[in-house]
Design a protein around this ligand. Structure first.
Ligand SMILES: Nc1nc2c(ncn2[C@@H]2O[C@H](COP(=O)(O)OP(=O)(O)OP(=O)(O)O)[C@@H](O)[C@H]2O)c(=O)[nH]1
Length: 628
């Protein structure tokens, strides 16, 4: 099944800031029913975003993925963090390090369905049934082979000059299956993925890490200075890659292209993706028959193609995508990683996870009357919001695919445009930072607790890793050794910038590896901070943290980017501003520190989104890390 990437519901609508951030229930010996007893025997912490009471063992919210104190109850973390803020330059060699043996690799991943708290997501089920399946099949035709096949019903275009000024970026998920295997990033699954039967034991050695840590230093300067971490900035530029890190030309004939499929709910993203995969032979006729049969049995015949990607029972029941599904196909020029994103507004955080991984995007627009307008609606529609988000993630290549043209009297004569595959092949290859120090934002962690195995999954943003490489795992600031790598579910010797990989780690406690963290080069640690200056809440790569804007430093002239007004009282729509996000008298910003970088140093770790009440209110970049 497709790999699923999920950051949970967007519960901003229910946001209540009168929460207790962390509290402990007392055991009530007088509780009358077993369930009463059960509910009160655990210590819990309440999520600052969705107010869900999480078990204390959860390092991030079970519902929405917001990080609680990273590595909660972890003395190493607490110690390190305290030290980070106390010292200008911290050597972590003296910290107690738990080392463990990680063996084997996880072949199988279990998926559990999402919590049903999302019952407020009503889809107009009736409307899906209106479709005549034959219409879809009739209107999506196969053209000549070898890269020019496409959906005729779907007009594709790459708008000229779209987002010219934006920078490239990406993050991604590991390719654990060739076409269809699913992996939910619900925090539960993120932390416990068990199929020990398939893990291979090879006796990876437990490493004593103390010696490795001797050489790590953290620059944690105080004050409002641009030079908060001067050492890091300079040395990154001076980094000299080793020869093995650079790809040889013949090694990969096809460049990997991470392609996010975005657009308003029900615009046909999954159907389009499923159809494409089927036409390209990635979904067999037999599998397709199975989807058709099952979909029909549930009275959802029109969703047969979507079922190839929306594979959880809840997604199928509701007829909506809730998590990002990942699938693959090859075009003439690219090994395309399809990131089929959810369109429903409540799952925008999941869509963001997909968007952060994208090199390019297809914005699917529903041409049918009423649906087109709904998507474009400035306050409720996701066509605009997705376009804006994808742009602010630095995705500067976009295909606008106009779908459901059969619903508006599609006429071949009237609609022109390249076919979808040709349009995909017309994308410029993404630029990869092979020769920079390693950066891999962790999108997913797969653990097999009984065997002590842990793998960090994500897209390599910069640099390269291979078996035996030492990596610094942030925010736990722990050194681990790469045991093995997987790409497309296959073991691979080297992972390079742009690759979606699963990195199996030796010599680290699984609790020290978390989604939202980053694997980086031991000599080039990325920052870990909570006081930032933004060029405008907080979705950042795979981490999410509650924040408050305390001070708007200045309004910027939208054309020149220069300061137009200092300390304005508010920002209006379409205005640009420099903002300090903070809480408690300008001292703190985020409730917990996160892995972050200034945009000028690492784009993917320096992009931010302000979302509140279920809407994206601002997008921006980190201009300065203001550390204590
Ligand atoms: N008439 C018509 N219906 C289509 C077409 N493509 C998709 N649909 C229908 O639109 C409905 C929604 O399709 P999906 O593929 O689930 O849409 P989606 O954009 O992936 O939905 P979300 O991911 O939940 O936002 C289904 O009933 C599809 O059969 C099309 O080209 N023409």
């Amino acid at each position: 099944m497709p790999r699923k990437v999920n950051y949970g519901l967007d519960y901003d609508d229910d946001y209540d800031d009168n929460y207790d951030e962390y509290y402990r229930y007392e055991v009530d010996e007088n509780a009358e029913t077993p369930s009463q007893k059960e509910t009160i025997k655990h210590s819990v912490w309440r999520c600052s975003i969705c107010t869900y009471d999480n078990d204390e063992t959860m390092s991030s919210c079970d519902i929405c993925g917001v990080l609680h104190g990273p590595l909660l109850n972890n003395s190493i973390y607490d110690k390190k963090r305290t030290e980070c803020y106390q010292a200008d330059s911290l050597r972590v060699g003296g910290c107690p390090i738990v080392s463990s043996t990680v063996v084997g690799r996880d072949e199988a991943v279990k998926v559990s369905s999402m919590r049903s708290d999302s019952s407020n997501l009503s889809t107009e089920k009736g409307k899906h049934n209106r479709l005549d399946e034959i219409n879809i099949l009739k209107n999506i035709e196969v053209g000549p082979p070898a890269g020019s096949r496409t959906s005729d019903n779907c007009s594709a275009s790459v708008p000229e000059g779209w987002l010219d000024h934006m920078d490239e970026s990406s993050v991604a998920v590991n390719l654990r299956s060739s076409v269809k295997r699913s992996l939910s990033l619900m925090p539960k699954e993120r932390n416990v993925m068990v199929d020990d039967s398939s893990s291979s034991r090879n006796g990876g050695e437990a490493n004593s890490l103390t010696s490795n840590l001797e050489n790590i230093s953290f620059a944690a300067k105080s004050g409002h200075s641009n030079d908060a971490n001067p050492g890091r900035a300079n040395s990154r530029a001076q980094y000299k890659p080793e020869k093995w890190m650079l790809p040889e030309k013949a090694e990969h004939s096809l460049t990997q292209l991470n392609l996010a499929i975005v657009g308003h709910v029900d615009s046909g993203k999954s159907t389009l993706s499923g159809r494409l995969l089927h036409l390209l032979g990635r979904i067999s006729q037999k599998e397709m028959h199975k989807y058709e049969k099952e979909a029909k049995l549930q009275g959802k015949g029109s969703f047969a193609y979507a079922w190839a990607l929306d594979e959880s029972a809840e997604e199928r029941e509701r007829g909506i995508t809730m998590t990002v599904a990942v699938a693959y196909f090859d075009s003439k020029r690219y090994h395309v990683v399809v990131l089929d994103s959810p369109g429903h507004k409540d799952f925008v955080p999941n869509m963001i996870t997909g968007a952060t991984q994208a090199d390019a995007s297809i914005l699917v627009i529903d041409a049918s009357i009423g649906s087109f307008e709904a998507g474009m609606d400035g306050t409720k529609g996701q066509t605009r919001e997705h376009a804006q988000l994808i742009r602010s993630f630095g995705v500067d290549q976009l295909i606008v695919a106009v779908n459901k043209m059969d619903a508006v009297d599609y006429s071949k004569e009237r609609y022109h445009g390249p076919n979808l595959l040709d349009a995909i092949d017309s994308f410029q290859p993404p630029t990869r930072e092979f020769s920079k120090p390693l950066i891999m934002p962790i999108c997913d962690v797969i653990k097999s607790p009984s065997q002590g195995q842990v793998s960090a999954c994500g897209k390599l943003e910069a640099g390269a890793v291979r078996s035996g490489s030492k990596v610094l795992v942030m925010p736990s600031a722990t050194i681990a050794t790469v045991r093995s790598l997987e790409r497309d579910s296959q073991a691979c010797p080297i992972g390079r910038a742009g690759d979606n990989i699963a990195v199996s780690l030796n010599g680290i406690d699984g609790n020290h590896v978390m989604a939202g963290g980053v694997l980086c080069h031991p000599d080039f640690p990325i920052a870990f901070a909570k006081h930032l200056e933004l060029k405008l809440e907080f979705h950042i790569h795979h981490a999410k943290e509650a924040a408050r804007v305390a001070r708007i430093s200045s309004l910027l002239d939208s054309k020149t980017g220069k300061v137009a007004k200092k300390a304005p009282r508010c920002i209006l729509a379409k205005q640009s501003a420099v903002v300090e996000a903070s809480q408690e008298d300008d001292i703190v910003i985020l409730q917990e520190a996160i892995c972050v970088e200034e945009f000028s140093k690492c784009k993917v770790l320096g992009r931010v989104f302000l979302r509140t009440l279920g809407r994206t209110v601002a997008v921006g970049i980190v201009t300065r890390i203001v550390e204590q």
